[in-house]
Design a binder for this molecule. Structure first.
Ligand SMILES: [Cu+2]
Length: 170
């Protein structure tokens, strides 16, 4: 009786193990931990991991090519960076008027030739740092609304003394 009951237990155990392994194989219960047990699955994952970088590289190349093509096709509609060099002194700006197109990136390079000044346009929340004589500061913003806007120096009463100009966005 003992011998038979032992062999029955072993058979039941084997069946249970087979069911677990079969389930694990077909439904991937154990994920990567199981693939370590089975060498052919391990090869499979290695092939997958080898393929992934190639796909990423290919995507990388195609992504780089696409923007270049887009640049050539839609050059006119892409926002341009407009740089303006403005000099400030007591108490005036070298540029009294700046004219740009809506959507342009506006890059202001502001240099103080005399005194302590900055360049501010409230409508676009754009402001350079305040700089002393001989120093240069920069600010970049997007002219995302059409209209006529005031720019000025925010130091003391410089605005009232004439450090003011007009930004026209068309
Ligand atoms: Cu000023």
């Amino acid at each position: 009786m003992n011998y038979f009951s032992m062999s029955k237990k072993i058979i039941i155990l084997i069946i249970i193990i087979l069911i677990i392994f079969a389930g694990a194989l077909t439904m991937d219960w154990f994920g990567l931990s199981l693939s370590k047990v089975f060498s052919y699955e391990n090869k499979g994952t290695q092939e997958i991991t080898k393929n992934e970088p190639k796909e990423i590289e290919n995507q990388g190349i195609s992504d780089q090519e696409k923007p270049e093509q887009n640049n050539q096709e839609t050059k006119s509609s892409e926002p341009e960076i407009e740089t303006f060099n403005i000099i400030g002194k007591n108490f005036t700006f070298s540029l009294k008027e700046i004219r740009v197109k809506k959507g342009d990136n506006i890059h202001i390079v502001f240099t103080s030739e005399e005194g302590f000044h900055d360049w501010v346009v409230d409508a676009f929340k754009a402001a350079t740092q305040r700089v002393q004589t001989g120093q240069t500061t920069e600010v970049t913003f997007v002219a995302d609304q059409i209209g006529t806007f005031e720019y000025y120096c925010s130091v003391g009463d410089h605005k009232a003394k004439g450090m003011i100009g007009t930004l026209i966005v068309e």
